[in-house]
Design a protein around this ligand. Structure first.
Ligand SMILES: [Zn+2]
Length: 274
């Protein structure tokens, strides 16, 4: 009986939320900070009524999720998005690992202009070929770039898929320029996910006995995740000066509503190489 009430309550919440979205769509226009398109409403990624409350709301034009919009806004605040900083003839190099389509298009447009070099890279570079986009095949644990080559690295929701994430973080540090080279890292953490989805231990969960897709789904929240991070993720960022930026650190409530960004978007680890 209680389960039934719960179900009805959930449906009511979904309907209320849908009414709010429809009202917003009629009354407001929003600009997506990733692709720059003017849109009426963000939509749930999976179009299932039960997912409406928990699914990230995506941009219908570029499929940006809240965490992408958060990243775009912080990069914009730091003067590197959508127009990368001009450096008066000196090259400005960006390594973008597992690039999201909205960012890929925006950065791609400026690549080669004013010394800006955009280097999108992915372990599965082939998946971009069908879009006619050239992305370099790279294993983040063994990057082929020389030391101190990049001004900027962007790497969002990648490290949780990597077998040896400490090795990958070491590689990011190696290819960054000293004295200011900066990495923007994001990882899914237990604190940003619903309680019913993942366990909350207060420390990163990474167990050697977890070996199957089913076990990973159950413990880490996704079948292809190698661990479930917690706030101790920062301990892995050796050799960096780290600033953790949460949505409320630079957006007010009205902005968070306008861009549909909640606390579940997570935090951005801004890592400066010493
Ligand atoms: Zn968009």
């Amino acid at each position: 009986m209680e389960k039934n009430n719960n179900h009805i309550y959930r449906k009511q919440l979904v309907l209320e939320q849908m009414m709010i979205e429809i009202f917003d769509a009629v009354c407001k226009k929003r600009r997506c900070p990733v692709c720059g398109d003017e849109i009426r409403v963000y939509i749930p990624a999976r179009y299932r009524i039960d997912d409406f409350l928990t699914d990230p709301l995506s941009c219908p034009a570029c499929e940006s999720e809240p965490r992408h919009r958060l990243l775009a806004l912080l990069l914009g605040k730091h003067g590197v998005y959508p127009h990368p900083r001009r450096t008066e003839g000196r090259p400005f190099r960006l390594l973008h690992f597992a690039p999201e389509m909205g960012f890929l298009k925006a950065f791609g447009k400026h690549s080669g202009l004013d010394g800006f070099e955009y280097h999108p890279a992915d372990l599965d570079a082939e998946r971009f070929q069908k879009h006619g986009i050239s992305v370099r095949k790279e294993d983040i644990q063994r990057l082929s770039f020389e030391d101190s080559y990049f001004d900027l690295v962007i790497c969002s929701h990648v490290l949780e898929h990597v077998a040896d994430d400490r090795m990958a973080i070491g590689e990011i540090r190696r290819v960054l320029k000293p004295n200011g080279g900066t990495a923007y890292l994001m990882v899914p953490k237990a604190s940003n996910q619903p309680l019913w989805k993942v366990p909350k231990l207060g420390r990163t969960l990474e167990a050697p006995y977890v070996a199957t897709d089913e076990q990973r789904e159950l413990l880490y929240g996704q079948h292809d995740h190698m661990r479930l991070y917690s706030d101790d993720f920062i301990d892995r960022l050796e050799g960096f000066d780290v600033e953790i930026v949460a949505p409320a650190d630079f957006l007010d409530e009205a902005q968070m509503d306008y861009y549909r960004i909640g606390e579940s978007a997570g935090e951005i680890y801004v890592c400066r190489k010493a």
